[in-house]
Ligand binder design. Sequence first.
Ligand SMILES: Cc1cc2nc3c(=O)[nH]c(=O)nc-3n(C[C@H](O)[C@H](O)[C@H](O)COP(=O)(O)OP(=O)(O)OC[C@H]3O[C@@H](n4cnc5c(N)ncnc54)[C@H](O)[C@@H]3O)c2cc1C
Length: 577
Amino acid sequence: MTAVKITRENALAALRTIGHVPVLIVGGGINGMGTFRDLSLQGVGCLLVEQSDFCSGASRAPSRMIHGGLKYLETGEFRLVRESAAERNRLLLNAAHYVRPLEMIIPIHSWFDGIVPALRKFLRMPAKITERGALVIKLGLWLYDLYGALNRAMPRHRMIARQDILREIPDLDPSLKVAASYYDAWITSPERLVLELALDGMAAHPGNLALNHVRFVRVEGNEVALQDVETGEMFSMTCDIMVNAAGAWIDRVNSGASSARRMIGGTKGSHLMLELPALAETLNGRMIYFEAAGGRICILSNFMGHVLLGSTDIPVDNPDGVICDDDEVDYLLSAFRRLFPQVSVDRSSIFFSYAGVRPLPANDASDPGRISRDHSMPELPPEGERRFPILSLVGGKWTTFRAFSAEVTDEILKRLGKRRLSSTENTPIGGGAGLSQASTHTERLLTTIAQEHRLDRSRARQLVSRYGSRAKSIAEALAGGETFLASLPEFSREEIAFVSNTELVLHAEDFLFGRSSVFMERPLRHAALRELVETIAAFRGWDAAKQSAELGRLVDRYRRLHRIDISAATAPHPRFI
Ligand SMILES: Cc1cc2nc3c(=O)[nH]c(=O)nc-3n(C[C@H](O)[C@H](O)[C@H](O)COP(=O)(O)OP(=O)(O)OC[C@H]3O[C@@H](n4cnc5c(N)ncnc54)[C@H](O)[C@@H]3O)c2cc1C
């Protein structure tokens, strides 16, 4: 895809005159953006609005697994497992720059436990599994291998003897009997993949816009009222179909269209980032998929040299400003201690935390783990003065977004009387174009970039791992030389300027949390936030007041949403609060 240069000013000018759009999508998470890209590829005019930055809700808060859904075998959701495994394999091909194979390790503490409850669950009878033995897990992994056979990209499962797993990961709870290893995948930059879907969509159908910091307010008669969150300016337009992809906010958006129908029963999930480099090293790129107390599945993995631990599953009514609260911190740390009794961990090990709300269907389940992760598209048909239908995108997983988007797009094409022009099954996303899991493609790209743009090979490697094949256009923009930041030395001023100016960065926060993953890669200090703001200020012309507001926004967000105090310029280390 070619790079598109869309400025906020031009986009807002277009909103003032647009009048009518065939499809209006509310919500710039993975499901809204997947649909935006697919519709754009089919030549359908559409506008997407996101109230915050792109990928701000659940889509920014996952466990970063791209998975076939091993645990859905237990609930007998075979269609979901088949679809998830196929989509996982497709993402490994279409987004090879961000989606990579991941070895999963399951520590097992018994041979035969869980057989009866697993059978009951499988037969959809009430049951609670508190522990899964080797036999149940072996059977599940055998089935999982079968479901992952289409476009198989990874090895089959294997069992690992106790002494072998303890040799590889010596700090694991020594009471385990055996372990299993199987392959799924993980995503390094969910934020950037959502952004790239936006850029691909806008490039595929010039005129289509995906705009951040613009919110849906309400339906008035047959018109939709939108608002620029920055200035308060209002816009109104008509549409043929509205897609409500507002995730956990779906009911709130529908209430703006006078519907009281309850579609969402969201559950909050939280994660911690722990500064435990020695443990991260022994994990050696693997994720541990383990049972916390009561049989709930948690994950622990090495993320860029540190440890990612999650997650919880707690019903919530209000998705605004969710955080990882004290009970969840205690729960996750005690799950950690059960898994690694000899590794010392406490709150001072936490350098980042995050939470998100899964947009699950409304339900009466007493156990949130039993709510289906499948997706659906309930409709609010035209009513009264509102002559357009509203399709709501309920549920789903990151992994299956493409299939969900294709279903929504097909439904819209049918209603608009149009034909599908192309499938997204084999369409690369953004910087995934031209790359694959084979290192030869990456090495060739590296060589080209390093030679053509006279870049140091290690810098070229950094750009490719960050942007995939989009690194070519970024390297071009760096031709005049680079000045690296003192407190964020992995970024140059020129790179930040190029990315900000071509990827709809409005606030420093959008760059830090939406265009980079550095906030997950290491603890950041106040100086890094200040230098980032100064860097953006230099090319945006921000005055002192604006710079102080932007810095305040970053510090406030760290404190409010991630529970990290990063306010003091003199503090040696950020502090979990
Ligand atoms: C803790 C956790 C762990 C998970 N782990 C995984 C995993 O490992 N693998 C996996 O496959 N899936 C995982 N998931 C599931 C996956 O993340 C979600 O299913 C998916 O992100 C939902 O995407 P969405 O686009 O529907 O919703 P969201 O990402 O929540 O997007 C909705 C967007 O709508 C916007 N919005 C709301 N109201 C308005 C308005 N009025 N105007 C404009 N915009 C509005 C919001 O700001 C938000 O950005 C996880 C989810 C959670 C919470």
